[in-house]
Design a protein around this ligand. Structure first.
Ligand SMILES: [Zn+2]
Length: 393
């Protein structure tokens, strides 16, 4: 089966907008209620509540809180499903403990069934037909439709479809490239290319700071504060959009031009206890970028290798493997004292990441590999894992 996700803007009428905000509220309330119930039960009994157990509460709650019944019941059941998934991810140590949803965050609801598409319209149960601007045709069967609202008040539908067929079988035959993610440059490759963060994002960010300062000076609850808040939200949106656009184009280019892409796992980057770095990881979209590389590789039969073990990629000479004891962050160029090779700091790191990835890949595909495993087949799991080596500290 092949899956595809399409995101399109939708234009609800005023009446539909009002209903949507009601549904967002119901879904949020149910998430928080169910999370609270599960947490309490877990503390008391050491066991959580099953999805069925939670769903069984809904009829009673609808009697107690009639407004809950206004919401499409499948929307509420989707919430239960997503909460269960969040708990599974937590128990399997892939995610943090689920948190409460706030009125001020991004709002969304999910429809598992009952949606229809005709021309430029989408049908949502209990809401009716809404204008949608689709730029691509929907192929295959619609699995879920998620409706969301961003802080600047725009509405979107994310349509997940399923289609017969298989993605190409991943193959490592072809060019391999190592990638180092950075702050000055967003991405540096082992072939020596550097992709800086787009300049217009910087301009937007300056604009954002100015507007945030203005907002902070407004009186709470005033009309002008409300206006200023909308302006801030709009700049945020523009930054998000340009960044996503940049990340999409860059990931597409890299996947298109290479067969194997090797990156450092972000958990490893995070291990480098550096405050500035931690902030940059949150800001510049590394995780979205890796996610994009991941699904694009899967779609085109390419292989993404994540180096999930710490090794000093910057401090090792990619030519002779000599390791320098220290290399301050401001040193951009250095010469290896052992072999005399001249290095650009980031390109050298990317070369080392590539070499490490190739080593893992050859281990992972060989039958005698100890703990190495390539799972390039299905889902978002195209990574190669192996146990950490003790010699590296
Ligand atoms: Zn050297």
């Amino acid at each position: 089966m092949m899956y595809q996700s399409i995101k399109a803007r939708i234009y609800p009428t005023d009446a539909q907008t009002e209903k949507l905000s009601q549904f967002f509220g119901c879904a949020r309330w149910w998430w928080n209620y169910a999370l609270n119930q599960t947490t309490t039960t877990y503390k008391e009994t050491g066991k959580g509540l099953s999805r069925e157990g939670l769903n069984a509460l809904l009829p009673y709650l609808k009697k107690e809180f009639p407004w809950l019944g206004e919401c499409h019941s499948q929307v509420l059941q989707s919430v239960t499903l997503n909460l269960s998934k969040a708990f599974i991810n937590f128990f399997e140590k892939r995610a943090q403990y689920p948190s409460f949803k706030s009125k001020h965050g991004k709002q969304s609801i999910q429809y598992p069934q009952g949606t229809k598409f005709v021309d430029n319209l989408i049908y949502l149960p209990k809401l009716g037909w809404i204008k949608i601007s689709l730029h691509r045709q929907i192929e295959g069967q619609v699995k879920t439709v998620t409706i969301s609202k961003n802080p600047s008040g725009q509405y979107f539908a994310a349509i997940l479809t399923e289609q017969e067929g298989e993605y190409p079988i991943p193959s490592s035959e072809g060019t391999a490239i190592g990638i180092d993610l950075g702050i000055t440059d967003f991405c540096i490759t082992s072939t020596g290319s550097k992709f800086p963060n787009p300049r217009h994002i910087k301009q937007h960010e300056r604009n954002l700071k100015r507007k945030q300062r203005k907002l902070s000076r407004k009186v709470k609850g005033s009309n002008s504060r409300n206006k200023a808040r909308k302006l801030v939200a709009r700049v945020h949106q523009r930054i998000t959009n340009s960044r996503l656009d940049f990340l999409h184009k860059l990931s597409h280019k890299l996947v298109n031009e290479n067969q194997v892409i090797i990156v450092e796992d972000l958990a490893v980057k995070n291990m480098v206890k550096n405050h500035c770095l931690a902030k940059a990881i949150g800001d510049c979209g590394w995780s979205s970028f890796l996610e994009m590389l991941n699904y694009k590789c899967e779609r085109y039969g390419k292989i993404l290798v994540k180096v999930d073990r710490f090794f000093p990629s910057s401090k090792t000479c990619s030519n002779c493997y000599h390791r320098v004891s220290s290399l301050p962050l401001d040193v951009r160029q250095w010469t290896c004292s052992s072999c005399g090779a001249n290095h650009d700091r980031d390109v050298n790191a990317a070369l080392n990441i590539k070499a490490e990835g190739m080593r893992i890949l050859s281990l992972g595909t060989s039958e005698t590999a100890d703990g190495g495993k390539v799972r390039p087949s299905r889902g978002r799991k195209t990574s190669v894992r192996h146990s950490p080596s003790k010699s590296e500290t």
